[in-house]
Design a protein around this ligand. Structure first.
Ligand code: OGA
Ligand code: MN
Length: 291
């Protein structure tokens, strides 16, 4: 199957040519998607009419083991019946739009901070795959930032200064910033993880900053200095020329590489307009053996 990509910004992100990922099973095409990910870091596929089951099947076929230790699983059982599918919606189990003081809503507001998925677990997330099921009539975009380009644009002094640093990522921290607190029992299940601040992506050989709103401290640095450094780097990485803003259409399917991008939801009136997406995220484990 011939698959081509059209780049969406001068820096990264691309739209794939017409293809039905539900039907894609051959290694050659899956490898072409992977090669596209290594090059562009964010890929947009239009008109992918996945059921929940088909989305989980594709995600596993493409990249192996899926992340299930989500923060929402700690708050309440998912209405979707599986933790392999993150419910990126503003809807409760009765199909009603969540109220302003709903706990799941309060926690999910942190998606509006720049972040990567599942950096607070080990192994962390590799690819996130987000399927748009119900798109509101108002704009409710998702923005992405290329952390390889951000690394490339660091001066030599900063590169040397951050070399070898390790960062603690905690989902309790990113929620706490917005005034949301987990109970002690919930926190116990969300202990966080430590990851290098600079990662080399095997498929492209490129170096990337690994940062997120979950990044709470730099190991071996005093907390204030570490937090200031992380803030500076996030500011550097999210300057407009390094970002892509996705305007959703129904049945869009967007895959991003969490190892070398950050993303955030843009605000919209979520107490009025229904928005429903489903996310599968693979874990950054050794790649499935190729036949
Ligand atoms: C996600 C996420 C942003 C959005 O699905 O991981 O952060 O715009 N989504 O819903
Ligand atoms: Mn996310």
């Amino acid at each position: 199957m011939s698959l081509t990509f059209t780049q969406l910004t001068p820096v990264f992100a691309a739209e794939a040519s017409s293809i039905d990922l539900r039907q894609v099973r051959d290694r050659e095409t899956l490898d072409a998607v992977r090669a596209g990910m290594d090059r562009y870091a964010v890929l947009v596929f239009r008109d992918q009419r996945f059921t929940d089951e088909e989305q989980i099947d594709f995600a596993q076929r493409f990249d192996g083991t899926l992340h299930t230790r989500t923060s929402s699983a700690v708050l309440a059982q998912s209405r979707l019946g599986t933790e392999a599918l993150a419910d990126i919606s503003n809807v409760d189990r009765n199909g009603n739009i969540r109220a302003a003081d709903d706990r799941q809503r309060a926690s999910s507001l942190a998606n509006r901070l720049w972040h990567t998925d599942a950096s607070f677990v080990d192994p962390p997330g590799r690819y996130s795959m987000l399927s748009a099921r119900v798109v509101p009539e108002v704009r409710a975009d998702t923005e992405f930032a290329d952390m390889r380009a951000a690394y490339d644009e660091l001066d030599e002094h900063t590169r040397a200064a951050i070399d070898g640093l390790r960062v603690h990522h905690s989902i309790a921290y990113s929620r706490h910033v917005l005034g949301f607190d987990f109970t002690d029992e919930e926190k116990e299940k969300l202990k966080g993880a430590v990851h290098p601040l600079v990662r080399t992506i095997p498929g492209s050989g490129r170096r990337a900053l690994y940062l997120a709103s979950h990044a709470s401290s730099v190991i071996d640095m005093p907390v204030p200095e570490g937090r200031l450094l992380l803030r500076d780097l996030i500011e550097h990485a999210t300057r407009p020329h390094l970002t892509y803003r996705h305007i959703w259409r129904p049945h869009d399917f967007v895959i991003w590489d969490n190892r070398c991008t950050m993303h955030r939801a843009r605000p919209f009136d979520d107490k009025t307009h229904r928005r429903e997406l489903r996310r599968t995220t693979s874990l950054d484990l050794p790649l499935p053996a190729t036949a």
